[in-house]
Every structure is written in structure tokens, then in C-alpha cells.
Design a protein around this ligand. Structure first.
Ligand SMILES: [Zn+2]
Length: 128
């Protein structure tokens, strides 16, 4: 991973053609960038893990004050991986900051669409 902590640099580095296998040590940098660019650093770091998933690319869960994001271990490309992490972070924001049912793709969820677009990302309900 290049040292420059800009999303455009990273997307450029990994390209959009290649399959992206997510390794745990790469998540942190991407998480920090998204937290800064989209959520004004308001999210504290949840527990993030990767595993092979069926029927989903990402998942946000919580239990009392424990927040967890699970990501699939393989993506079409780097951008898709970033978009999925961003999507789950919106659910995290809904729960943590707005105190909402985080499973909803509602008005507040889509209010982040503009911020995503600004840094070249899509915010959608389903990605594949
Ligand atoms: Zn969702």
C-alpha cells in the first residue's frame, strides 16, 4: 500500500481491473480515510473482520456497545471493497450517531450519497 493516504492514490494504485483480496492490515488505512472524508472522524473504530461470506459482501452488527463490521475477503476490485466498507460505515453512523435502526436504507442513509460521490464512490443498496 502506498504511503500517501489519499483515496484517489489508492484507487489508482490498485486499479479497477484487478480482483482485490482484502488483508486485515489494509483495512485500517481505508477506514481512516473514509472516517475523515465522509464522517468527519465521528466514528470510533469498530471491530472489523474479514471472512468468506455467502450472499453478502459486508455486514454491520452491534451488541450493546460493541460494534462490528464484517467484510467479504474477496472483491471485484479495490473500489468495490472501499464502497462496501463505506456502506457499512453509514449503517454504523446511523446506529452510533443517529441512534437509528441501522438496517434501514432510508433518507438518512442516502443523505451520504453526495459525500460518497465527491470522492468518487457509489452509495447503493446492493452492489452486485
Ligand atoms: Zn445496507
Amino acid at each position: 500500500m502506498p504511503r500517501t493516504k489519499s483515496l484517489a492514490t489508492l484507487i489508482n494504485h490498485y486499479g479497477n481491473e484487478r480482483e482485490f483480496k482484502l488483508k486485515k492490515n489494509k483495512i485500517s488505512d481505508v477506514y481512516k480515510i473514509l472516517n475523515r472524508e465522509i464522517f468527519n472522524n465521528r466514528l470510533k473504530k469498530p471491530y472489523i473482520l474479514t471472512r468468506r461470506m455467502h450472499g453478502a459482501l459486508g455486514l454491520f452488527e452491534f451488541k450493546k456497545h460493541c460494534y462490528r463490521i464484517t467484510l467479504h475477503n474477496k472483491f471485484k476490485n479495490f473500489q468495490e471493497c472501499v464502497e462496501i466498507l463505506g456502506h457499512e460505515m453509514v449503517h454504523y453512523y446511523q446506529k452510533l450517531i443517529l441512534n437509528q435502526n441501522s438496517a434501514r436504507h432510508n433518507k438518512e442513509f442516502y443523505s451520504f450519497k453526495k459525500k460518497f460521490k465527491k470522492i468518487g464512490l457509489n452509495l447503493k443498496r446492493v452492489y452486485r
